[in-house]
Design a protein around this ligand. Structure first.
Ligand SMILES: [Zn+2]
Length: 92
């Protein structure tokens, strides 16, 4: 089985470091649900279901929760670890 770095495409062999990157990205819903009565809550759920009726369920799920998995070479692992959020480095 051929193992390839998902970032740079180099073919990885046993002589290379092979790194696995697992990422979980999810919506923090803390505080997003207001405290309302059960009757109002049921109405809100009905409204939400109506709004979501025509939306592809996989898109809704992706918006709330994603799990990503990558294989990286040593060089790409070090680049990722040094700046995981791709924050632009100050040019000065
Ligand atoms: Zn790479």
């Amino acid at each position: 089985m051929r193992i390839v770095c998902d970032r740079c495409g180099v073919v990885l062999g046993p002589e290379h470091g092979i790194y696995k990157l697992e990422m979980r990205l999810y919506a923090d819903l803390t505080g997003s649900m207001p405290l309302i009565s059960p009757e109002e809550n049921e109405l809100s759920i009905d409204e939400l279901l109506e709004r979501l009726a025509d939306v592809d369920p996989s898109l809704v799920e992706e918006d709330v929760h994603q799990e990503l998995s990558f294989t990286l070479c040593k060089r790409c692992k070090e680049r990722f670890a040094a700046n995981p959020l791709c924050i632009p480095l100050d040019a000065n």
